[in-house]
Design a protein around this ligand. Sequence first.
Ligand SMILES: *Cc1c(COP(=O)(O)O)cnc(C)c1O
Length: 390
Amino acid sequence: MTENDSLLAENILNAIASVAGPGPISLHDPYFKGKELDYLRNCIDSTFVSSVGQFVDRFESELAAYTGAKYAIAVASGTAALHAALLIAGVKGGDEVLVPSFTFIATANAVSYCGATSHFIDSEAITLGVDVAKLRCYLLRETEQFSGQCLNRKTKKIIRAIVPMHTFGHASDIDGLLRIAHDFNIILVEDAAESLGSFYNGKHLGTFGLLGALSFNGNKIITTGGGGAILTDNKNLALKAKHITNTARIAHLWDISHDLIGFNYRMPNLNAAIGCAQLEQIKSKIVLKKKIYGLYKVAFENVKGVNLYHQREFCNANYWLQTLLLSDENVSKKDSILALLNSAGYMSRPAWTLLSTLIPYADSPKMDLSGAELLFKKVINIPSNWCLNA
Ligand SMILES: *Cc1c(COP(=O)(O)O)cnc(C)c1O
């Protein structure tokens, strides 16, 4: 570590310590301050612990009410939600799907589960999401319209869908993405796994695309242990989502019969019970997250060489994970900063290794990814845990 490296690292450490007090402190923990145990006990007493039960229905209707989606379908994980959403959107074997290289691997895995190929696209540092202007130029150059579908000139495959991801609860450029979807005949499915409680111009993320996916994994802003949900305004698609995530079983009083190869992707009632209790706390959780952001904002005001990421004017974010962006001249210091913070007990981590560089996706089609490459070098997530605010 050079002297200059260690100065920036020390300044970041001091700023975090001034907010967090003495460590160790984790990045983000689950937080159960509501009726979780009451609802769980109710499940067990009723014996409805599995895939049927009042909490599943209740969780779905409360999610729909909170997000403003007409329909919410609870499933076993965010990954399952993405997979089912893509299938229902019509993604087929042999298709290509546009996926940011800068996202969690589940986004691309869901595409692979459909037998389709992820076609990796670039991201930028203003929204932490897809670089829409660059994507438009790329699609104009690389694709043509063929009977109402978007054809990749090189691979001759249909680009069926685009799955933008709203990073750390911050909105991508939705209007730009909707225009691309419209102009190029590509279906928009949102990976809103990190975005429960985040709004774009007043409308909840995950409700702009044909379908959206949420996650309630233990690391997200609310958790069901493991779980996810599909959001849509389309009744027909909602029915299909419920059907294929429920082994495609045909409703009947006693017959057990199925009309498709479906999936066992249902959310158990036990998990939905926790979800109902957690969802009751979403507003207070976001208040806490915003307070944490406010404390860091003051602490980092005079730290040069790094910026605390803040929501853009069109976004009301959940501030799930606090994010530092190193300035361009400091990106080479990321690893030494991470080493210092973690050894001092302030759990911090980089963003995801770009998917296009991972072994399973090394041969996937991709555009120039220089924006995502730079973004990966800049991002450090710092402790965002609830107790920061105690
Ligand atoms: C968490 C997450 C998922 C997947 O959620 P699981 O519930 O863990 O399957 C998908 N995409 C992104 C961006 C995520 O952060």
